[in-house]
Design a protein around this ligand. Structure first.
Ligand SMILES: [Mn+2]
Length: 304
């Protein structure tokens, strides 16, 4: 019987989980989800249509369903037995603490790919001890938990650069091919290095423009920077603003991903801002979905 995985489509971490599942199981169906509402919608359909009957095991990685869906799962014994949620977002700890049954697996210190890798090694023993794969998982962890910044590990950062260059499906296919079971160090090939260079040049041009379009608004002691831009640039713009120290919090409205991202520039906690808009995430990086209601509230509060 095949395996089903629902994962976060936005970053190397969510995609890393799909790559691992493809390495571990023969037959995998995956569904990419933009955010929690998108996951809820797709999962609800999956439950209503009883699609879960066709799968041996169902994983939800780098995302956690809302309480409404968790309740629904809780009523279905077959789902409880088959389903495992592997997430690491601290805002979800609150959400799942009432669900004591075994399908929720959250750890805020590691990325989802690392949690999933450890789980697969322990419970499925299908991933051979493999240097390349292990190093790839570590780079994904360094990238996703921002630990790469401490040592300026550009190899980790460039996973994101490659994702931007290749697109979601391109990234998945590329790394599924690249990460074979030959034990050698993870290294970028000359072709990958060329893609990285090209992408960085393009990003630089776009970022220089974006930086000029940021609108600043001071409310109380906090200076907010608000901008509409392409989702892929939310983190690099936040880095640029950190260099300039021109605001405390970045509010990045990404129409292409239908999300609003909140980034802490000067150590201000932003998860609570995301909560105001029914979102969540980490203390220094959070987000909510871009719907009419949220956009109207953002414009009223920060752009008028
Ligand atoms: Mn993640």
């Amino acid at each position: 019987m095949p395996i089903k995985i629902f994962s976060h489509q936005a970053d190397p971490d969510g995609l890393g989980c799909i790559i691992l599942s493809k390495k571990c199981f023969d037959e995998v169906d995956y569904t990419l989800c933009k955010n929690v509402p998108d996951l809820d919608y797709k999962l609800d359909k999956f439950i209503i249509n009883e699609e879960y009957l066709n799968y041996e095991k169902i994983f939800i990685t780098d995302l956690c369903p809302s309480i409404k869906i968790l309740e629904k799962i809780n009523l279905n014994e077959e789902l409880i037995n088959k389903l495992l949620v592997i997430d690491h977002h601290s805002s979800n700890l609150e959400k799942v603490k009432d669900y004591s049954y075994s399908f929720v697996y959250i750890n805020i210190l590691s990325c989802a790919t690392k949690l999933f890798y450890d789980y697969l090694k322990k419970h499925w023993a299908l991933i051979l001890p493999d240097k390349t794969l292990k190093e790839y998982v570590n780079l994904t962890d360094l990238h996703d938990t921002w630990k790469w910044k401490e040592t300026n590990n550009l190899e980790a950062y460039h996973l994101e650069t490659l994702l931007h260059k290749l697109g979601t499906i391109g990234y998945l296919n590329h790394f599924i091919d690249k990460l074979d079971f030959v034990s050698r160090h993870f290294e970028y090939t000359d072709e990958e290095k060329k893609w990285i260079r090209e992408q960085l040049e393009e990003e630089q041009k776009y970022l220089d423009n974006l930086l000029k379009r940021v609108i600043y608004k001071k409310i109380g002691k906090i200076n907010y920077g608000i901008v509409y831009g392409l989702y892929n640039y939310r983190n690099s713009l936040s880095d640029k603003l950190k260099d300039n120290k021109s605001c405390d919090v970045l509010i990045f409205i990404a129409v292409d991903n239908e999300t609003i991202s909140f980034r802490s520039i000067t150590d201000i906690e932003v998860k609570s801002i995301a909560h105001e808009f029914n979102g969540g995430g980490h203390d220094k990086a959070a987000s909510c979905s871009l719907n009419h209601e949220n956009e109207r509230k953002i414009i009223e509060k920060f752009l008028s």
